[in-house]
Design a protein around this ligand. Structure first.
Ligand code: FES
Length: 123
């Protein structure tokens, strides 16, 4: 499967700010996405709440709840498991986040996908 550079792992702290980036589908749709560091691993999802298709972070990159154990949507408080994207509570009503495959290697993060290309590194 083709791999595409998302960005550096620098600054992606465990339970800290996430890395935002955009993906583009084969149909040309540009969709915000993000990576978080949790439980010594990296997980990426489309930045789209299961309740309403809005971005989760209230401030760019702020995805974690205060205790660092869940990802939380700033709009109505839906909570998701950082390692699976599963809906844990709130108005996501069982609809989880859409995961995207990534790989961390040599200090860099790569998207592993035939479905999407990386468009932009936000910061
Ligand atoms: S839009 Fe995310 S909880 Fe409602």
């Amino acid at each position: 499967m083709p791999e595409k550079l998302i960005g550096s792992l620098n600054g992606l702290e465990e339970g800290g700010k996430g890395l935002r980036f955009d993906v583009q589908s084969k149909a040309g749709e540009v969709i915000p996405a993000f990576v978080v560091h949790f439980d010594y691993q990296y997980f990426a999802y489309l930045n789209r709440c299961g309740h309403i298709a809005v971005q989760l972070d209230y401030m760019p990159g702020e995805f974690f709840s205060d205790d660092g154990q869940t990802l939380i949507c700033a709009t109505h408080g839906a909570e998701y498991a950082p390692d699976t994207g599963a809906c844990l509570g709130g108005p996501c009503y069982g609809v989880g986040l859409d995961p995207i495959s990534i790989e961390a290697r040599d200090g860099q993060l790569f998207l592993i996908s035939e479905e999407y290309d990386v468009v932009v590194n936000d910061d």
